[in-house]
Design a protein around this ligand. Sequence first.
Ligand SMILES: [Mn+2]
Length: 255
Amino acid sequence: MRILLSNDDGVLASGLNALREALEGAGEVFVVAPEQEQSGASRSLTLNRPLRVRRIGGRVYSVDGTPGDCVLLAVRGIPDMVQVLPDLIVSGINHGANLGDDVNYSGTVAAAAEGSLMGITSVAISLSSWEPAHFATAARVARIIVDQLIERPVPAGTLLNVNVPDVPFEALLGTRVTCLGRRVYPDVIVAELDPRGKPCYWIGGDRPTWLPGEGTDFEAVEAGFVSVTPLHLDLTDHRLLERVRGWSLGPSAGA
Ligand SMILES: [Mn+2]
């Protein structure tokens, strides 16, 4: 069993370290993670400059790119690794929640999504807190999920988004399989002048909240449960297909 780990908080992050320790016994663990924090990087790839890979030691590598770059290089580029595809990719443990619409921006989810696109079963795991403390809890949850995935064959490219309440393991109430909820981002653009008098802008604002919704990931984590959301990457709106086909959208055959 070959397990590739990545994240978006950087190769030195405590969450990644806790994850590596927890999964060491489950298989041959490789780490390929960004050199710098990449939270919010989503599934971007670096196409306009070369990427540098540094071996930090053992089976741990850093890449001066995005989480997506890391997974792509790990699977297709790094000589020690490309001979054997990973059986599983685990991304995290993110320092903060990735709930609801967060999955669209998250670099943690992106690393797992990149794996899923390549047909590899992938898990994103996040510790749901603004000041995360209980990485050991999320690490134990990750191990339980990985052991399940090893035991139980799943469709190729299965993608799970896991959020863990930031409490001691014994305080967890259980696990709920959930849908993504809806975020409310109170984005505020903060305009400033840089030291040379040029305008610059911060994307800021208060902490995001969420809309109430039964069966959502937000509700589960808020109630003290681990949330597991199976995701897929088909963005087609199947509900609208027939309706849009009924529109007059351009040249018709024979016209
Ligand atoms: Mn992050």
